[in-house]
Ligand binder design. Structure first.
Ligand code: PSV
Ligand code: MN
Ligand code: MN
Length: 424
């Protein structure tokens, strides 16, 4: 379904007075309000195709109805999100869950919703029907050259699909590792993975990047071959200038200081992209900002500090993506919440008085440094984010409008109650 512009305009008309009342504080009190709004308008967050259906766990799956049945319908769903918030202008595909049969047609469908294709994702963590060799004992690390070759070929295939769609990056996440001590020679597994990645790297077009995503655990529970940012950075450095580390917020051991990791990767010029989500225990893939919003703010604080230090463009120089999906929410509502949480953290981090913070640091004034950060974090920036959306043509309150318009019911009407989107 297409969301007609007049429905957004009507909603905004009704919400305008209350919105302007809240916004007036900003225009009167905050010097850089305009600059923040402009930056928010430019900031787009890619939606993963696999978050559009209700994700399951190994204990079951409870589809909510109206899930997209095809790649075209997934694109339509992201189009809906983008129409509502004007901040979800890209979709990230996972192959083979989303094989485009006609690249040109898919590309122009996406363009009709104002969407581009973000990083392409390969999948060598599942065996596909008819596949010759199994990934049970790994893919790019496998002891058998034939298995490695199959995984390399798959990644090259994914690059080709991406080229046809106008994407310019590949994210490689490997489930490779071992479940028991003794199972794997760590060094040889690393070296084989490195060699395999090198072959994939060689197939990258000039303007492409490859993101090496790390993860501390799951599905392997003794060792992961790309288990932390250190090993990812090693791979990225050995591969060359087109290779970067990708940080997924759920992929660390408990209580890891992710903001410090971000700072150091930026310093090295090797931070490539993000998978935003939230977690309490592990790779929970919960809605961004639902568990640890302060951590998210601290991460954005380091992102801005590090990107500004390198003269990077906030909107375009890193791959911003959500990687979340779960059982109990409407996936589209969940994604609207996630995008908003990212924008709020970004806006709050833009408020930090960086000169004062550096002065406090130089004076070892720990209390003042904390106050500066928390002053920004405790500021209600929701009117700024809403204003950015309104100016870009989105809804002042996207979630409320999604519900008012009964969009899920309409999708169920079109697609049926029992549809299941491809993905995990
Ligand atoms: C693995 O947990 C991961 O975060 C990778 O990014 C995968 O591509 C994605 O999840 C699959 O759901
Ligand atoms: Mn991820
Ligand atoms: Mn994950």
């Amino acid at each position: 379904m297409q969301l007609e512009a007049y429905k957004i305009a009507d909603h905004n008309q009704q919400a305008l007075e209350a919105h302007q009342r809240k916004l007036s504080f900003w225009t009167e009190e905050v010097a850089n309000a305009e600059e923040i709004i402009e930056k928010l308008i430019d900031f787009q967050i890619a939606i993963p195709s696999w978050a559009l259906g209700t994700g399951g766990t190994r204990f079951g799956r409870f589809p909510g109805g109206g899930e997209p049945r095809s790649l075209e319908e997934k694109i339509e769903d992201v189009g809906l999100l983008h129409a509502l918030n004007q901040s979800s202008g890209a979709i990230s595909l996972h192959i083979p869950w989303d094989i485009p049969t006609d690249g040109e047609a898919i590309k122009s469908l996406a363009a009709s919703f104002g969407l581009r294709f973000d990083a392409m994702n390969s999948n060598t963590f599942q065996d596909q029907p008819g596949q010759e060799n199994s990934y049970k004992f790994g893919s790019l690390q496998h002891v058998d050259r034939a298995v490695r070759q199959q995984a390399i070929d798959h990644n090259i295939e994914v690059i080709k699909h991406g080229v046809a769609l106008g994407s310019n990056s590949l994210t490689v996440w490997l489930s490779d590792g071992s479940c028991f001590p003794g199972q794997l020679n760590f060094r040889k597994a690393f070296e084989r993975t490195q060699e395999s990645l090198q072959e994939i790297y060689a197939a990258l077009p000039d303007n492409w990047k490859v993101f090496v995503e790390y993860k501390a655990f799951e599905p392997n529970f003794y060792s992961m071959t790309v288990g932390d940012w250190g090993s990812s950075l090693l791979f990225a450095n050995k591969l060359g200038p087109k290779a970067y580390t990708l940080v997924d917020l759920g992929h660390h051991l408990p209580n890891a200081n992710i903001e410090q990791i971000v700072s150091l990767l930026l310093m090295e010029g090797k931070l490539g992209g993000f998978h935003f989500n939230d977690s309490k225990y592990g790779d929970d893939d919960l809605t961004v900002g639902s568990i640890r919003p302060y951590q998210l703010f601290l991460i954005f604080n380091e992102l801005i500090e590090g990107m500004d230090a390198k003269g990077m463009n906030h909107a375009t120089d890193l791959g911003w993506m959500i990687d979340a999906s779960h059982n109990v929410k409407d996936p589209l509502e969940d994604l609207l919440q996630s995008v908003e949480a990212i924008q709020l953290a970004y806006a709050q981090a833009l408020l930090v008085d960086r000169t004062a913070l550096e002065e406090a640091r130089d004076a070892n004034d720990v209390v003042r440094a904390q106050e500066i950060l928390q002053e920004a974090y405790r500021t209600d920036v929701r009117p700024l984010v809403a204003e950015a959306r309104r100016r870009a043509g989105g809804a002042i309150q996207p979630l409320a409008l999604f519900r008012q318009l009964n969009i899920r019911q309409q999708l169920i009407g079109e697609r049926g109650l029992k549809t299941i989107a491809t993905g995990l």
